[in-house]
Design a protein around this ligand. Sequence first.
Ligand code: ATP
Ligand code: MG
Length: 571
Amino acid sequence: MAVTEEKLNEEKKSLSFVEQFVEEDLAAGKNGGRIQTRFPPEPNGYLHIGHAKAICMDFGVAEKYNGVCNLRFDDTNPSKENNEYVENILHDISWLGFKWGNIYYASDYFERLWEFAVWMIKQGKAYVDEQTSEQIAQQKGTPTTPGTASPYRDRPVEESLALFEQMNTPEAVEGSMVLRAKLDMANANMHFRDPIIYRIIQTPHHRTGTKWHTYPMYDFAHGQSDYFEGVTHSICTLEFVPHRPLYDLFIDFLKEMDGTADNLKDNRPRQIEFNRLNLTYTVMSKRKLHTLVDEHLVSGWDDPRMPTLCGMRRRGYSPESVRMFIDSIGYTKFDALNDMALLEASVREDLNKKACRVSAVMNPVKLVITNYPEGQTEEMEAVNNPENEADGTHSITFSRNLWIEREDFMEDAPKKFFRMTPGKEVRLKNAYIVKCIGCTKDAEGNITEIQAEYDPQSKSGLEGANRKVKGTLHWVSAGHCRKAEVRVYDRLFNVENPSADERDFRELLNPESLHVYDNCYVEEYAAGKKPGEYLQFQRIGYFMADPDSTTDHLVFNKTVGLKDTWAKQNK
Ligand code: ATP
Ligand code: MG
């Protein structure tokens, strides 16, 4: 008995506050025990890792409590939205591994929202204002001083109804009129000071075309859509806390219109807010991400340096690593800045379990095994993943002429240098122990070739071959490898929190965020790997083939290094 109780308490402690609210509502028998959430992206850009946090919460709660999570595209501003974004959002959510129930669009409700707005006008709860947005803003007042009423506030209902009709014609001029809710110009909550609920937009809508000319604002569409769909828990980010009373009020009005006001507890979505995800050395604002793309400061939404899910996917992040990271940071009521290094640690942890180990040389120098016969080759067995035996092995060709990393050789090496240096032995991974016997240089003193002799008795896997040598180096056979371009990325921004900086965010971009190594060699087996297949270039890091890769020109992205070297460099 005691054990069970203890366990129950533990479970309670590990519940997020959102889950605690959900459990309270379930215990109180609200909504007949039904749990329904939604993820409500506006299709005006690509999803980023911040959205992934919301997705994990919205879908996670539904999964955990046997509910359903629907997708709802909040498409109420046609001037910024299109179908390309819709398609990519669907793809990204699937990639993260979540399954939605239905797909809804706020635009499905334009008719109902219009009727609701007309009802509001008839009830004296809304009016058409013909002032400019500047005038309206000036009359808003401040949190401590009340606002001023619009001269149109008390215009006759009939006039507002007629003008509202006019707002929805092709002739209506954008900005000439708005519909405002008639609430309370002195309310301490600024959102109650007669908020704008409809504005004129003449750009055709990606779904409804030119049927509508006036569109509801976020506050007049979001909660209402939740209500129409039967959402029970409307989970969103903290900036919506001050909107919540308005969210609730509009639902009260809707219920009044529907005649269900006496039954307020039933079918009433509850808004719950959690902290946004902010990451160091990047930006999450869609406006800024748009600027990066539009001004060609990155190669596109899926540039591997972008915080977008498509960028992370292209770079080689796994969906599991993104979810693991989001799990690790948790959900709170306070905004904070999360360390990018934490995300990278999750990526490393997950890819260690998944990545196929291959050999690649980024900065090559020739190594000749002088006692290995010209023309002879041997197939060496290479383990695909020491973390998972089931992944099997592949073969890598060994020969007399190899490429190794330039920095793995030193002519006059200090005592603790356990890589290649004249007179010392090292093991070539999956192959033989070799002893360096010298090197050749050009007129400028650059090393052009290294020579070594191999010990035929030391082949990896042979009995007794395992004599102790300190270093193991990776290599590829010069005649059995493929040239490749490797793209190595650094932080996109030079400052930890670009959003908190007063300078223009473009000035904060890291000019060194992309390094292209165009003279790399990868073993044949790696050359056959496609985007989506996780690789580890042994001793270097995790990599993935880029969609730019062709059979004639291989391109790989560096996902993340094996260790967090970056943290140290900056100390
Ligand atoms: P916009 O500036 O265009 O409103 P947005 O980032 O809010 O951009 P939406 O498409 O409206 O984009 O977001 C969909 C959902 O994702 C919302 O519920 C929003 O609260 C959530 N979301 C957006 N950014 C973050 C973030 N950084 N962390 C957590 N959730 C986020
Ligand atoms: Mg938004």
